[in-house]
Design a protein around this ligand. Structure first.
Ligand SMILES: Nc1ncnc2c1ncn2[C@@H]1O[C@H](COP(=O)(O)OP(=O)(O)OP(=O)(O)O)[C@@H](O)[C@H]1O
Ligand SMILES: [Mg+2]
Length: 250
């Protein structure tokens, strides 16, 4: 369950103050596939970023699955985001020197084997969910144990399954810069789903994806919602929005 109460978010611009949200309220039940539409600049990406805890509102509260995320500190937020939220941002942010396979499995290591991050932190894109998750992690000095080894196999199996589900298994060993825009979008989706998040936030994920692939991605989201997860999809695509349980316009 998501509850947004009396949300206000303003930005200072050269023309003065822009109120993107002014006393905005929204409740979304578990298992809902919610579509969000609205013209450019309406605040769709801002809404997802607030739900992911990447920005703070000026006032109001956001509660996700019983946790008031607006009351968490940065470290708690980073851990919550890594565990519970799959965020597919509108901008494509990858670690260019990691393969598709490694990009997808990275968040699983962030949650399971935090020491791995010490080597990666300085290479994570600033403002990415991974970067802020890494910032919230304390150094762990333990060496790998059996549990980590089992974890590695599970993570690899999950990564392979997601790549296959999204039709990009053949790209596992390629690097993001060698992929098309639509292929990279699917890598972002796989990466967002690797930790089996309760809430999936997808910002125009089918942009630059062909119509067959759009159907496959939306069907994947619909299945996730039917299994009890909450999916919030920002989209201009009528074909995608038709499959949502509800659509709101900002
Ligand atoms: N950090 C910021 N500083 C100043 N203004 C901002 C900031 N972030 C967003 N805005 C402004 O807030 C408004 C909403 O932006 P947002 O990115 O949420 O729109 P959107 O609905 O996602 O648009 P699009 O469909 O183009 O992606 C825009 O006018 C934008 O310029
Ligand atoms: Mg946007």
């Amino acid at each position: 369950m998501i509850e947004i109460k009396n949300l206000t978010k303003k930005f200072k611009t050269s023309h003065g103050t822009l109120a993107v949200f002014d006393d905005f309220n929204l409740a979304v039940k578990d298992g809902t596939f919610l579509g969000v539409q609205g013209k450019s600049g309406a605040g769709k990406s801002t809404l997802l970023s607030l739900l992911a805890g990447l920005q703070k509102p000026d006032s109001g509260s956001i509660t996700v699955d019983g946790t008031e995320i607006t009351a968490l500190d940065e470290k708690q937020l980073a851990a919550f985001r890594n565990r519970s939220i799959g965020y597919i941002s509108q901008e494509q942010s990858f670690l260019e020197n990691l393969t598709v396979f490694d990009n997808v499995r990275l968040p699983a290591y962030i949650s399971r084997n935090k020491s791995v991050l010490l080597n990666l932190f300085h290479r994570l894109p600033k403002n990415s969910p991974e970067h802020s998750a890494a910032a919230g992690v304390q150094p762990v000095r333990s060496v790998q144990n059996d549990a980590d080894v089992i974890g590695d196999n599970e993570i690899a199996a999950r990564t392979n399954k997601l790549l296959a589900d999204l039709g990009i298994a053949h790209l596992a060993n390629q690097y993001p810069q060698d992929l098309s825009g639509g292929e990279n979008h699917r890598v972002l989706i796989a990466r967002a789903l690797i930790n089996n998040p309760k809430l999936i936030l997808a910002d125009e994920p089918t942009d630059s994806v062909d119509s067959d692939r759009t159907t496959a991605i939306i069907t994947l989201f619909k299945g996730l919602a039917q299994s009890g997860k909450t999916v919030i999809l920002v989209s201009h695509d009528e074909q995608a929005l038709r499959l949502c349980d509800e659509v709101i316009r900002l």
